[in-house]
Ligand binder design. Structure first.
Ligand code: C2E
Ligand code: CA
Ligand code: CA
Length: 264
């Protein structure tokens, strides 16, 4: 979105006010194990619950939030609300259930980041250890602050997923050095036209000991292809769109015991 300077200032002021009013909420999308059909985790995706416009998706505000530093507060709010949701519902979730949260590189470059995450986990009383931070590849990954933060987060028991794998600044040395536990294949690769690339990505993930999650699975055919290629996990509209908290809790209650593979 191209904005002139005064529009940018207006948009910034509005976003800043929204942060103050605590208008950001997570929507939840399930992650499915393709062997068992079980829901093994969830990805929290930010939404702006704007009183004037209703629910606004992240493409309308994440970039501005990153450029202005407001992403720090928005990211923490999404993280906190996701942990709270888990705390309220853990009795009906499998013990290995994993919560995935998106983290922007800007947050990873902040010297307070690990301390803030630790503090929030303490505030919420969160002791469960299955947390995964998702981030995309970036040249800034090599900065000392980012590496120190990653070490600190690891010490808190947090694991990492490389998001949108194959689209960005791809360097195999990251995969080797940064100890990712999951690799998320970008939705643009999930099709018949990309079988050889898909195979290679799944193989890279497996040989590095990563979970591989294919994103953007919309059709039974895509799911069947991924099962054939032995992709371990999937996520996508075929199973569920990202849902608001109450709807996702309902969704979990209905699908916890049954295999999602009947959809494939
Ligand atoms: P992402 O992390 O790659 O998230 C996946 C996006 O794909 C989500 O878009 C999700 O709604 C969408 N999606 C899921 N299944 C399907 C499908 O089957 N088909 C299609 N076409 N799309 C599907 P969303 O929610 O609009 O989020 C867009 C991006 O915004 C995310 O991409 C992520 O990069 C960023 N984002 C979202 N929440 C946060 C957050 O809390 N913090 C940060 N830093 N970034 C966030
Ligand atoms: Ca993600
Ligand atoms: Ca992604």
């Amino acid at each position: 979105m191209r904005l002139n300077n005064s529009e940018k200032i207006r948009a910034y002021n509005k976003l800043k006010q929204a942060v103050k009013n605590d208008e950001f909420i997570p929507y939840f999308q399930p992650i499915i194990d393709l062997t068992s059909g079980a829901i093994t985790g969830v990805e929290a995706l930010a939404r702006w619950n704007d009183p004037e416009r209703g629910i606004v998706g992240p493409y309308a505000f994440i970039e501005l939030a990153e450029d202005t530093g407001l992403i720090d507060a928005i990211g923490l709010s999404i993280f906190k609300k996701s942990l709270r949701w888990y705390q309220c519902n853990q009795h009906q979730l499998p013990s290995t259930f994993c919560i995935h949260v998106n983290i922007s590189i800007r947050q990873l470059m902040s010297s307070n980041f690990v301390e803030e995450i630790k503090q929030l986990m303490n505030d919420v009383g969160y002791s469960h250890r299955n947390l995964c931070f998702e981030f995309t590849e970036s040249i800034y990954m090599e900065s000392k602050q980012v590496i120190d933060n990653l070490v600190g987060l690891r010490e808190l028991g947090i694991s990492f997923a490389i998001d949108d794998f194959g689209t960005g600044y791809s360097s195999f040395s990251y995969l080797r050095d940064l100890d990712f536990s999951s690799l998320k294949i970008d939705k643009s690769f999930v099709s018949d036209d990309n079988v050889e690339i898909l195979k290679a990505m799944i193989k890279v993930g497996r040989s590095l000991g990563c979970e591989v999650i294919a994103e953007g699975v919309e059709t039974a055919e895509q799911c069947a292809l991924l099962r054939k290629l032995k992709c371990p996990m999937v996520q996508g509209y075929l199973f569920s769109k990202p849902l608001p908290e109450e709807e996702f809790t309902e969704f979990m209650l209905h699908n916890n015991e049954q295999s999602m593979l009947s959809l494939c």
